[in-house]
Design a binder for this molecule. Structure first.
Ligand code: SAH
Length: 288
């Protein structure tokens, strides 16, 4: 029997928001590790009548739902990016109109390359009240689990989140890769594995260094997490040779080198850091 009675911590000034019947909460489940759920997400799981979840949501998280909750899978099939999106949104409308507390659970953050914006818009257009609960996005939390800080004062003052797919499933034609290449020291690419060769070509053509470090983190924050450290010119061959596929985050830029110092999972296993000063700054980090 699951224990759904565990209480949430007391909030200082207000109560936990009440999940009212007829509402849809669009909730981020984080990148995988159940410990990365927010307390608001846990509260939502404890009260939802219906949970509509995506492929990237780790199943153990659903164990925290009420035993009587209806669990509906809304994953995409065959990698078709726009399959059934309309149906999913309208299904949420139907559940809400039936007076259910509807939890729409999405991987990472619902508003980061997750179509949470579109779903929320449809719900609002149908007069369904919504609440948004952000989650830890894979492009930040997933990289952190690989020991890669998306910003570091010695590396970058900007970071750009990019999708490798557009609505047609192609590399986004509206993206100005040349401008992105010049304008952002670190690129974090979601959904980039399918077209990694085209992305590499676009970045090289835009003048990024062929030896620029690249990291690919697949199944980040899950027990299946794998990390490939490679370079821009060799990433496609290396990823293929090592069997890397989606879901994966690709990080382009010197931020990836910080993993030599900050691979905390390796350190936890008893390995020494490979290099505590990967950028060769020579001074202790706190002196800068
Ligand atoms: N809303 C999600 C992103 C959805 S798009 C978020 O904020 O994280 C789906 C893409 O997210 C995948 O193709 C992959 O690039 C990335 N992704 C999601 N979870 C991941 C994980 N555990 N490990 C690596 N990449 C992940």
């Amino acid at each position: 029997m699951q224990d759904t009675s565990l209480s949430l911590p007391v909030l200082p000034s207000s109560d936990w928001p009440e999940f009212k019947p007829g509402w849809v909460w669009l909730v981020g489940a984080g990148p995988g590790d159940p410990g990365l759920l927010t307390l608001h997400a846990l509260n939502a799981l404890r009260h939802a009548d219906v949970i509509v979840y995506d492929a990237l949501v780790q199943k153990v998280i659903l164990d925290w739902a009420r035993p009587e909750a209806e669990i509906v899978y809304a994953g995409k099939r065959g990698g078709k990016p726009s399959a059934n999106q309309k149906d999913i949104s309208l299904q949420l409308v139907d559940f809400a109109r039936a007076g259910k507390r509807v939890l729409r659970l999405k991987g990472g953050d619902p508003f980061v390359f997750g179509r949470g914006g579109e779903e929320g818009q449809t719900l609002v257009q149908h007069d369904i009240p919504i609440r948004i609960i952000p989650g830890i996005s894979a492009g930040i939390g997933g990289l952190a689990y690989a020991g890669i800080p998306v910003t570091h004062r010695d590396v970058n003052q900007s970071v750009t989140f990019v999708t490798g797919h557009d609505q047609s499933g192609d590399t986004p034609s509206s993206l100005d890769w040349a401008a992105i290449s010049k304008g952002s020291q670190v690129l974090v690419i979601y959904m980039g594995m399918k077209h990694l060769d085209r992305i590499r070509d676009a970045l090289l053509a835009a003048g990024r260094d062929k030896d620029e470090p690249v990291a690919i983190v697949s199944n980040a924050t899950t027990p299946e997490q794998r990390v490939l450290e490679t370079t821009l010119s060799t990433c496609v061959e290396n990823a293929k040779a090592e069997g890397f596929g989606p879901p994966a985050i690709i990080c382009v830029g010197r931020a990836t080198m910080m993993r030599q110092a900050l691979d905390w999972q390796a350190i936890a296993r008893g390995e020494a850091p490979r290099n505590t000063d990967p950028l060769g700054r020579g001074r202790p980090a706190e002196d800068r």
